[in-house]
Design a protein around this ligand. Structure first.
Ligand code: GDP
Ligand code: 5AD
Length: 565
């Protein structure tokens, strides 16, 4: 028997968010699922019931913009979460990008920019006989625009800003949030090359190159690396993007190099790239077998994956894209971002520790299965409807007729996992009982499995629940009264070593076409050197990027970085 029905009922917190932002007039969950299924199936009667069922049962959910905007009047039907916008070394083009950022944010999408082609601060500008204000000044303008558009749209704006490590203004960029407390609407990542990481390892010099006049300044790679690590230690930022690793899997390299990602780091693409996401709820893919154990129902997972890929591909056709360039890029490349949520909960049900070889092995198996079925489905769709126009065989050697240039990517599922009542994306649980304040209402959530196991194993008590509720960085492994065999797998983000966090990210990345959104949690007493080691480890294990967060290092600590406001 499956455990699907457990997730059918939405929690009060889910209803609260849905009521405030997602339901159209007079709608409930069933009405929302009917509306979205009808819009996305676009008159195809064979698909509409499947699309309704997977959403209504919380087996699969498309990203927030699809849930909220499907069925709105045509020019507001923007269905994607991730956008990449260009930044050229030209004031008119930059202002065009500022305008486009506001348009995308209003529609609920997040934007990513790479500022590396802008000339450094103090460079001459021939047309005005003045000097350039540098990449940071453009970031400031986008940041301020984001702040003002906040009031208008479905959710506040969110940006990713990247700068290549060989840009002469790199130190200003690394320190920018420290020096400018208003820069709150950006996540920051440094784009580091393999050459840079090699130079750090060997202690070599490294060249900073002015993108405008190609002037070179020699610097010490380790010095830059240490400053990045020290700032991440202090505030969690900047993150790192391993830009050569990212480009090694660019599915459309003939259209240009990839330089940036969307705000939470799961979608790397060329400028004007756009991606609509959706996530499978892995808890609903479990079935219980005779001896009470839970196993993955792979037949069901196959069916849900096929429906999910078909759904996400269809979204592209009915999507209203905010700019002609984005529309063309979407139709010529057709990327979709199928991910998962509830991965940590899946492992809990299976009694497999998140930080064990057995846990990682299971995760690898599930992710590979989804990726394989996803590509098979896309090839089938391609045979029926045509491959994506920019498909070139040498860029995707294992595919023959894919409809989409990429299938899988792992989103944080900040809202979707709350609707489904499961752990976020591939993150471990942060606690098993916690308070969450959403706008003006407070909710207390207890993990359904924790209460069940605690009662079955005889360690349930009100005192324990109170400890769980009031200890933010809780380590279950330190709790008295919890049996040893339960402590092994019933773990929070803080029980798991930072190295094991990275290993899980790398395991998932192996079977994901685009990238993985994940935070590497560190204890308060971690050092900046340890962060450097984790960055090296992530690069060597093939991660595309890394973001760390040291417990207690920011006053505004939230469960997920991008929050509803
Ligand atoms: P969900 O669909 O709402 O659960 O979104 P996720 O938490 O999975 O985030 C996926 C992507 O949506 C992010 O990487 C961003 O690109 C975008 N996004 C998420 N939250 C926000 C937000 O508050 N504002 C904007 N503008 N974009 C967001
Ligand atoms: N690069 C990538 N992801 C980031 N996040 C925050 N800052 C960055 C960054 N610079 C991500 C967190 C989390 C999500 C909510 O946002 O790692 O997964």
């Amino acid at each position: 028997m499956g455990i699907t029905t457990q997730c059918k009922t939405l929690s009060p917190i889910a209803e609260d968010i849905l009521g405030k932002r997602y339901y159209h007039e007079g709608e409930d969950w069933k009405g929302l699922c009917e509306r979205v299924a009808s819009v996305i199936s676009n008159g195809d009667k064979e698909l509409v019931d499947d699309f309704f069922d997977v959403m209504y049962n919380l087996d699969f959910l498309p990203n927030s913009p699809t849930l909220a905007n499907a069925g709105k009047e045509s020019d507001r039907q923007q269905l994607s979460a991730c956008f990449i916008l260009p930044v050229e070394d030209d004031i008119v083009e930059i202002m065009e990008t500022v305008k486009n950022t506001a348009i995308v944010h209003k529609s609920g999408g997040g934007t990513g920019f790479d500022f590396s082609s802008t000339r450094p601060k103090g460079s001459p500008v021939s047309s005005t006989n003045g000097v350039a204000s540098g990449p940071l000044s453009w970031m400031k303008i986008i940041n301020a625009t984001t702040e003002e558009v906040k009031q208008g749209g479905m959710r506040r704006g969110a940006n990713m800003g990247t700068l290549r490590v060989d840009h002469p203004d790199i130190l200003d960029f690394i320190l920018c949030k420290k020096n400018d407390k208003t820069m709150t609407n950006f996540n920051l990542s440094v784009g580091v090359s393999d050459v840079f990481m090699d130079a750090v390892e060997k202690g070599d010099d490294f060249e900073l190159v002015n993108p405008h006049n190609k002037e070179v300044i020699l610097t010490d790679a380790r010095e830059i690396f240490d400053i990045i690590c020290k700032n991440s230690w202090e505030s969690g930022e900047p993150g790192m993007i391993f830009i050569d690793v990212v480009n090694s899997t660019n599915p459309v390299p003939h259209l240009g190099a990839i330089k940036s990602s969307n705000p939470c780091g799961e979608f790397y693409f060329i400028p004007f790239g756009v991606c609509n996401l959706g996530s499978i709820n892995l808890v609903n893919m479990l079935k219980s077998v005779e001896d009470g154990r839970y196993v993955i129902d792979f037949d069901r997972l196959k069916k849900i994956t096929e429906i999910a890929v078909t759904f996400l591909d269809k979204v592209i056709d009915v999507n209203h894209f905010p700019l002609p360039e984005i529309h063309d890029m979407a139709h010529n490349t057709r990327p979709i971002g199928l991910g998962v949520m509830g991965l940590a909960d899946m492992l809990l049900y299976m009694k497999l520790p998140y930080d064990s070889d057995a846990g990682r092995e299971m995760v690898g198996k599930v992710m590979k299965f989804i990726d394989d079925v996803g590509w098979a489905t896309s090839n089938m769709l391609g045979r029926e409807l045509g491959t994506f126009p920019e498909f070139q065989q040498e860029n995707l050697p294992s595919q023959k007729t894919p409809r989409n240039c990429q299938i899988t990517t792992i989103a944080p599922t900040g809202t979707l996992a709350t609707f489904a009542g499961v752990s976020f994306g591939i993150e471990p649980n942060f606690n098993f009982v916690y308070r969450r304040k959403i706008v003006d209402s407070e909710f207390i959530q207890v993990h359904p499995l924790f209460e069940k196991v605690a009662k079955e194993e005889g360690f349930y008590s009100e005192e324990l629940m109170e400890t769980l509720r009031t200890t933010p960085s809780l380590k279950v492994r330190n709790l008295a009264g919890v049996p040893e065999h339960v402590k092994e797998y019933f773990i929070t983000a803080f029980d798991i070593s930072p190295e094991d966090h990275v290993k899980m990210q790398a395991t998932v990345q192996k079977y994901v076409d685009n990238a993985v959104s994940k935070t590497i949690n560190l204890p308060y007493d971690a050092t900046s050197e340890q962060i450097g080691e984790l960055y090296m480890m992530a690069w060597k294990l093939g991660c595309k990027g890394i973001t760390v967060y040291r417990d207690g290092s920011r006053d505004d600590q939230v469960i997920v970085a991008v929050k509803e406001s």
